[in-house]
Design a protein around this ligand. Structure first.
Ligand code: HEC
Ligand code: HEC
Length: 349
């Protein structure tokens, strides 16, 4: 077990300190990376935040520049199993609306699919994540969707085959023609799904009302929890509009999480899977903590059943400390204020 005094963890601690300083001075690493406001994707520019000036967390704004016809097509596709290769699995089977857009299981277990190997993450507030997948493999939602449609553990098909299956349904063909000049093409199928997912924002969390000046929106315990979240340094990684989603970090900065957990597999590669650079092994996108009270169990391996469990692991492996139970409870109270208005689930066919 690595101790806090080893040279490597001291470097980690210094890096951590530098990051805290960077965040507090507004020049964090996140700014070096392309964000949702990329010039390449102007249609998906994340709206400018209002409120929370001077705070490392900013309120969520709904994404407004979406075509409503494309959004409603995407809503139908999201719950339609005909999108998948065997017409048995829909997106909504692993991204549930009563679980903050995740599935409530350590790793996916859907009848018609082999068991999954990583936890199903939320599909809410995607406009505010700078890359996608636990290991931040995908720079765009398009790339993420291209991998997902082919993945034998999820959709197990191709856009071409899915488009052909759906073309047999005259109502889809007609709706696509209304929404897209070129009608029901593989690219437009992907675009409709993405348009819909980008509409799934969760604004108006108690914490956002607090950031906008309503001091009574959160209670004393949550306020103390937020202060601890900042002073312990959680905020050096979890910050910005999504309270995460805008940088990558090693899971196990201060101690070796994977050695302690055991049974290490490809599912733990993290960003290494994208770069094959050893330095990226076990490096993950810092996940958003928006709606985190609804998305248990936690981590890419689904190993933490509750928020106190997850906070204990974070404190130990990312910050090299053990927190008092009462501090953990106050941080939980703060995290619970990040639950925003949940999107209405689309009607199942
Ligand atoms: C069998 C379960 C399952 C199904 C079905 C499924 N997903 Fe997922 N989804 C996952 C898992 C697991 C991940 C994480 C994969 C990873 O990071 O390696 C994921 C990741 C994602 C992400 C990235 C989220 C992020 O925060 O980076 C998006 C977006 C997404 N899925 C959308 C969809 C859409 C759209 C569909 C339907 C076309 C779908 N998913 C179907 C399990 C599923
Ligand atoms: C060095 C950066 C870093 C610090 C500091 C940090 N985290 Fe994390 N956090 C991460 C990463 C990376 C993950 C994803 C780990 C994984 O799943 O593989 C994560 C995951 C989480 C999760 C699980 C989210 C989910 O959807 O599964 C919670 C909750 C969390 N962190 C809370 C905290 C709290 C509270 C603190 C402070 C005590 C903290 N984090 C400090 C980087 C950090």
């Amino acid at each position: 077990m690595e101790t806090l005094d080893s040279p490597r963890s001291r470097r980690g601690a210094l890096a951590r300190l530098a990051l805290v300083v960077a965040v507090l001075t507004g020049c964090g690493r996140s700014e070096e990376r392309p964000g949702p406001g990329d010039d390449a994707r102007p249609r998906r520019r994340a709206p400018a935040a209002t409120g929370g000036a001077g705070e490392p967390i900013r309120p969520i704004e709904p994404v407004t520049d979406l075509d409503p016809r494309r959004v409603s097509l995407g809503a139908r596709l999201f719950v339609d199993p005909r999108v998948s290769g065997d017409a048995k699995v829909a997106c909504v089977d692993c991204h549930l609306f009563d679980k903050g857009g995740s599935d409530g299981k350590p790793t996916p277990l859907v009848g018609a699919r082999p068991p999954g190997i990583v936890n199903s993450p939320s599909v809410f507030n995607l406009a505010y994540d700078y890359r996608y997948g636990w290991g931040a493999k995908f720079a765009t939602l398009e790339d993420q969707h291209d991998a997902n449609i082919k993945n034998p553990l999820t959709m197990a098909t191709t856009w071409e085959d899915a488009a052909a299956r759906l073309r047999a349904d005259a109502t889809y063909a007609r709706s696509f023609e209304e929404a897209y000049r070129s009608g029901l093409t593989p690219d437009n199928l992907r675009d409709a799904l993405i348009s819909y997912e980008l509409s799934l924002t969760t604004p108006n969390a108690r914490f956002d009302r607090f950031l906008r000046g309503d001091a009574s929106a959160i209670d004393d315990r949550a306020r103390q929890g937020y202060a601890l979240f900042k002073s312990y340094g959680c905020v050096s990684c979890h910050q910005g509009v999504n309270v995460g989603g805008n940088l990558m970090e090693r899971f196990g900065v201060m101690r070796d999480y994977f050695a302690a957990r055991g049974h290490v597999s490809d599912a733990d590669d993290g960003h290494f899977a994208a770069t094959h650079d050893e330095r990226d092994r076990h490096v993950f996108r810092v996940p958003s903590l928006r709606n985190v009270a609804l998305t248990a169990p936690y981590f890419h391996d689904g190993s933490a059943a509750t928020l106190p469990d997850a906070i204990g692991v974070m404190a130990r492996y990312q910050l090299g400390r053990t927190l008092e139970p009462d501090d953990v409870a106050r941080i939980v109270a703060f995290l619970e204020t990040l639950t925003g208005d949940q999107p209405t689930p689309p009607a199942r066919p």
